[in-house]
Design a binder for this molecule. Sequence first.
Ligand SMILES: Cc1cc2nc3c(=O)[nH]c(=O)nc-3n(C[C@H](O)[C@H](O)[C@H](O)COP(=O)(O)OP(=O)(O)OC[C@H]3O[C@@H](n4cnc5c(N)ncnc54)[C@H](O)[C@@H]3O)c2cc1C
Length: 399
Amino acid sequence: MILGGGPAGSVAAALLARAGFDVVLLERARFPRYHLGESLAPCSLAVLDDLGLRDELDARYVRKYGVRFMDCRTGRQQRYDYTEASTGDDLYAWQVPRADFDARLLARAKELGADVREGHAVDDVLFEQGRATGVRARCDDGSAAGFSARIIVDATGHESLLATRLGLRAAVQGLDRTALVAHYQHVTRNTDDSEGDLDAVLFPHGWVWNIPFLGDVNSVGAVCSATWMRARARGESLEAFFARTLDDAPIARTMLAPATRLTPVRAVSSFAHRSTTRVGDGWLLVGDAAGFFDPLFCAGTHLAIAGAAEAFEAVSQALAEPSSEAAHLARYAARMDAAMDLYQGLTQALHAGDLTESLFEARTRSSRQALAAVLAGDVFGDDPPWRAALRGRFPVRAT
Ligand SMILES: Cc1cc2nc3c(=O)[nH]c(=O)nc-3n(C[C@H](O)[C@H](O)[C@H](O)COP(=O)(O)OP(=O)(O)OC[C@H]3O[C@@H](n4cnc5c(N)ncnc54)[C@H](O)[C@@H]3O)c2cc1C
């Protein structure tokens, strides 16, 4: 049973259903629904490809070949092309309006045989003698429903239902950030292969993302420190405060000079969290339900999509071999932990200001390759030496 139909839940459901397992997926919303998280990582594509979605997604979304970092304080720029990563040659990702992307993934899970129930909000996970055995859900027609399950995959995203209920969810030190975000039309764009790049503009209050979609709409967001958020004046609208925030990021302001804002400004706060454990007796957490740090490395959707593929391996092995369930889930947890440690350490270093020099001054082929590989999402599987080196240089800071 899967809880939540975002990328993590949809991919896990699609893979399990295709492998012949009976899968029920309960999703609170009815799709399409708005969501943040629009810039994917290239290493997620193998999973989407395997689900038969590559050509279709290629036609729907702009390709992203790299990430361009710019620093408003020094004027420095540095672009990482994914081909610099050791991971492979044909590396690109997509910039995706999430309502559309998520709806397509959920539909794919249905096509592959998952029993997808939208409008089903899971209220509680039921335990018997310490083992998760089912859930209770509320349907949007007012009825209630109960489901039993052999294994429960919690993919409820930021809500992280199980981790919250079990008291496992923790804030992440140094990442108390708020994102201000809106969609714009007519943002200045590059006209070559770098048109689809993710722009990351560092500025005194944090960093600004610029994500171009196919057509003429961009997602622009500022990830701001708690200190800066306290500078919002009483009664100041989010629109005015966002404009004032961007005034301190002249590079972003210039890109936005010809642009028109299409949506109200939204604020999302306290999004960084990590659960202290990822698996238990009869359950596991995947995607944001296990944790999320920051949009910069596009780690969120990647941990959701590639993490769901890892979860699929663990769950299918556990279902085939129930006596070894704990070992299979523990292996999944260890792989997720290694990937999350890498992202968390780098993100904490970024916000502490300790990653800036490495980003802008990485000159040797190996240091550029390591950063390009993380940006591409090469974070799973046996550790190549560069990953251990990055973990050593940018370790997780204690919570
Ligand atoms: C400001 C911001 C910007 C971001 N930008 C990026 C980015 O550019 N790139 C990137 O990779 N990531 C980004 N992310 C992260 C990204 O949004 C998430 O990592 C990603 O959506 C995780 O996917 P998921 O499937 O785990 O969870 P979600 O996509 O959140 O899906 C969870 C689903 O579970 C459902 N649900 C929740 N509770 C229940 C319940 N009780 N019962 C039933 N269903 C339930 C929800 O309705 C939802 O559909 C960003 C995050 C933030 C906060």
